[in-house]
Design a protein around this ligand. Structure first.
Ligand code: GDP
Length: 444
C-alpha cells in the first residue's frame, strides 16, 4: 500500500540529493512534490495545506547536521510531521473502571463495521477481557445473522432481539445484560446506510444518549480516500467520536484516509483492519505507518544516530583529510569504531535506502571481515598507521602485523594495504561532501 505516495516523496528527495544545504529554493521544490503526492493519495485539501505549512516551517528552521545529507534530513522532518498528523503514539481502547466498558460502533454500510466489531471482541478476548456483541441493525436481518455467526466463530456471546425490536431498546438491554453477566466490554454494532442519512444519524445519537458509551468508534474504509474527511467531519459533529478503526488497509489504498481522520476530528485511529478474517485487526501505530508511507528504509534511525554520534568539527576534519590524501589507518579505525557505535554493520547497511537485499550470511561475513581488519590495524605501530606506504614497501612489517592479528603469513595484511590505498584513491576522486566514511556508506 501507499506506493503512489512513497514514489512521489522519493522523487521529492531526489531533487535535494547532491545539494549540500537545505535552502529556501530546494525546500520549495521538494514541498511541491510532497503536496502533489498527498493530492494523489486523496488526502483532504485542508489537511494537506496544514501539513505542508508545518513541514516548511520545520525544514527552514532546521540546523544542517554534519554528516547527514539534506534529503535524508528532509525525510526525517516529513516523517516526524506525518506521525504528528496521524497521532504520535498508539491510543489504546478505553477501559472503564466499572464494568462494562461500552463501545459504540458507527459507520456507513459496507465499511466493515460488523466485521470490525467481531475483530475487536476477539482482540479483547486475547487480552483476557471478556466481551459481548450487541446486534442493533434491525433493518437488515442478514446483519444480525452475520454478527451471530461471527460470535459463534470467536466464542463471544451476541445479544439480539430479532428485527422487530427498537434498536435503542436493544442497545439498552444489551448493556444491562452485559452488566448482569459481569462482561468486561460490550460492543454495540449499529445500522449503517450507503450514505450519510438523517434517520441513521438520529438513531445513532439516541443510542449514544441512552447507553452513554465510553468509546464511539467510527469505522472508516481506507479505500474511500478524500471522502473519509467529510465522513469523519459529519460523524464527529453530529455524534461525537472518540476514535476510529481504519479498515481494508490490506487493499490497494492510497492512504489519504489515514492522514485525514485525526486531523479533522482530533481523535486517534485506534486500530486498523488488515483482512477479512476475524483476527486481522492490529493496534494502529502512527510512527510505523509513517515509515511505511515513506518507504525509504530506516533512514530515520540513521539520521538520529548520526545526530548523536557525529561531531561537526570532527566530520569537517575528516573531510579535509580525505580531500588532502592524509586519510590514514588511524582515521580508518576511527571510522570503523564510529560505525560500530552506530549499531552493527548489518543494521547500518539495512538502514540505507535503496540498498539491495543482503542475506544474513553476507552480513555476518562482512562483520567478521571488519573485526579482522580492526585486529590488523591494532597490530600496527602508530607510525605504520600514519604512513600506510611503510607497509606497502616492507614484507617483514606486514608479516609481523599478520601474525599479531592471528594469521600465519602476510597475505591478509598485503590485501588490506592494497584495498586501503585503492579506497583512498577512490575517496579523493569522489572528493566532496556527505558522510565521511567507509566505502559503500551513504554520502559522497
Ligand atoms: P458493514 O456493512 O460495515 O458491517 O461491513 P461488513 O463487516 O459486513 O464488511 C463488508 C465487507 O468488507 C465484507 O466482505 C468483509 O469481509 C470486508 N472487510 C471488512 N474488513 C475488512 C478488511 O480489513 N480487509 C478486507 N480486505 N476486507 C474487509
Amino acid at each position: 500500500m501507499f506506493d503512489a505516495l512513497s514514489e512521489r516523496l522519493e522523487s521529492a528527495w531526489k531533487k535535494l540529493r547532491g545539494q549540500d544545504r537545505i535552502s529556501h529554493a530546494n525546500i520549495q521544490e521538494a514541498l511541491k512534490e510532497v503536496r502533489r503526492a498527498l493530492l494523489e493519495a486523496d488526502v483532504n485539501l485542508q489537511v494537506i495545506k496544514d501539513f505542508i505549512a508545518q513541514v516548511e516551517t520545520k525544514a527552514q528552521g532546521a540546523e544542517v547536521i554534519a554528516g547527514v545529507r539534506p534529503d535524508q534530513q528532509f525525510i526525517k522532518i516529513v516523517y516526524d510531521e506525518l506521525a504528528v498528523v496521524m497521532g504520535e503514539t498508539n491510543a489504546p481502547l478505553a477501559h472503564s473502571a466499572t464494568a462494562p466498558t461500552i463501545v459504540l460502533m458507527a459507520g456507513l454500510q459496507g465499511t466493515g463495521k460488523t466485521t470490525a466489531a467481531a475483530k475487536l471482541a476477539l482482540h479483547l478476548r486475547k487480552e483476557n477481557r471478556s466481551a459481548m456483541l450487541v446486534a442493533t441493525d434491525v433493518y437488515r436481518p442478514a446483519a444480525i445473522d452475520q454478527l451471530v455467526t461471527l460470535g459463534k466463530q470467536i466464542e463471544v456471546p451476541v445479544f439480539e432481539l430479532g428485527s422487530d425490536a427498537d434498536p435503542v431498546e436493544i442497545a439498552r438491554q444489551g448493556v444491562e445484560r452485559a452488566k448482569a453477566e459481569g462482561i468486561d466490554t460490550v460492543i454495540i454494532d449499529t445500522a449503517g446506510r450507503l450514505q450519510i442519512d438523517r434517520d441513521m444519524m438520529a438513531e445513532l445519537a439516541r443510542i449514544k444518549q441512552t447507553v452513554q458509551p465510553h468509546e464511539v468508534l467510527l469505522v472508516v474504509d481506507a479505500m474511500t480516500g478524500q471522502e473519509a474527511a467529510n465522513l469523519t467531519r459529519t460523524f464527529h459533529e453530529q455524534i461525537g467520536i472518540t476514535g476510529a478503526i481504519l479498515t481494508k488497509m490490506d487493499g490497494d489504498t492510497r492512504g489519504g484516509a489515514a492522514l485525514s481522520v485525526r486531523q479533522i476530528s482530533g481523535q486517534p485511529i485506534k486500530f486498523i483492519g488488515t483482512g477479512e478474517k476475524v483476527d486481522a485487526l492490529q493496534p494502529f501505530y502512527p510512527d510505523r505507518l509513517a515509515q511505511r508511507i515513506l518507504g525509504m528504509g530506516d533512514v530515520l534511525t540513521l539520521v538520529e544516530k548520526a545526530q548523536e554520534q557525529i561531531d561537526f568539527t570532527d566530520a569537517q576534519k575528516m573531510q579535509e583529510k580525505i580531500l588532502s590524501a592524509k586519510f590514514d589507518f588511524t582515521d580508518f579505525l576511527k571510522q570503523m569504531r564510529l560505525m560500530k557505535n552506530m549499531g552493527s554493520f548489518g543494521g547500518l547497511l539495512k538502514m540505507l535506502p535503496g540498498m539491495p537485499k543482503i542475506s544474513d550470511k553476507q552480513l555476518q561475513e562482512a562483520e567478521v571481515k571488519l573485526k579482522q581488519t580492526e585486529a590488523m590495524i591494532n597490530s600496527m605501530t602508530a607510525e605504520e598507521r600514519r604512513n600506510p606506504e611503510l607497509l606497502a614497501s616492507s614484507p617483514s612489517r606486514r608479516l609481523r602485523i599478520g601474525r599479531g592479528a592471528g594469521y600465519k603469513n602476510d597475505s591478509e595484511v598485503t590485501k588490506l594495504v592494497a584495498d586501503f590505498q585503492k579506497m583512498r584513491n577512490l575517496m579523493q576522486q569522489m572528493g566532496q561532501g556527505g558522510l565521511p566514511g567507509m566505502p559503500g556508506m551513504a554520502g559522497g
